[in-house]
Design a protein around this ligand. Sequence first.
Ligand SMILES: [Zn+2]
Ligand SMILES: [Zn+2]
Length: 273
Amino acid sequence: MQGKMKAQMFYAPGDVRFEETDIPQIGDDEILVKVRAALTCGTDLKTYRRGHPTIIQHTPSTFGHEFASDVVEVGKNVTKFKVGDRVVGVNTAPCFECENCKNKQYSLCEHLQYLNGAFSQYVAVPAHILKYNFFKIPDGLPYEYAALLEPLACAVHGFDSIPAKVGDYVVVIGAGPIGLMFMDLLNLHGCRVIAADLSEHRLELSKNFGTIAQVNAGAPDYVEQVRNLTEGKGPQIVVEATGFPEAWEKAFEMARPGATVLCFGGTKKGSSL
Ligand SMILES: [Zn+2]
Ligand SMILES: [Zn+2]
């Protein structure tokens, strides 16, 4: 499709501009989608503040990575989708060939391919991502919900990596979107989930996601409160979903001996514990 579109373009940390730019052109194995709903992820905020070593590979770059869309053009070799399909994807695809991929650690792929442009009117979806990580949206699922696929997939991946058992005490530190997804998954799994956060509002919200108790992480006796809520032993599992080294440290402090601590939130480069 020829023409111009509106897009948020990333120039540098703190410098994102709403501009008119060319609609991207697709190859024979690609599709063009029109964005219908886009979300702002914590990673977008981090990228806005300090740039990103892998997501932003050149500047100016289109920006944003969580979106749901309609197919408006398909390359001549594409059979997976047709014009008019409602689609959602995740913004990366692993190479399946590097050492980490061969060990099935796909999120650590050394050649992860990225897709930006959620904050644009149109996005050209590259063949590799289209093949492995683009899906039809089920009928009846609104675009706004479908666009949550990528963060939810991250939370499910994290959940799969911890040995959570029915009845386990699990503390989730951080009740932002990712933390709430963890709480929901762990609650559905039958764990006794305790939320920890600095925000009373978020703690209140966590009650809708099945938490049995809420602890303010700013309280001086925060770790002690957690211990009291877990029969004096500390949780079997701690999920850290804030990306702050202090939260990582508290996670280890509150965990019982033999516990599993999932450090999920990415900390700032150069952080130390
Ligand atoms: Zn995201
Ligand atoms: Zn790889």
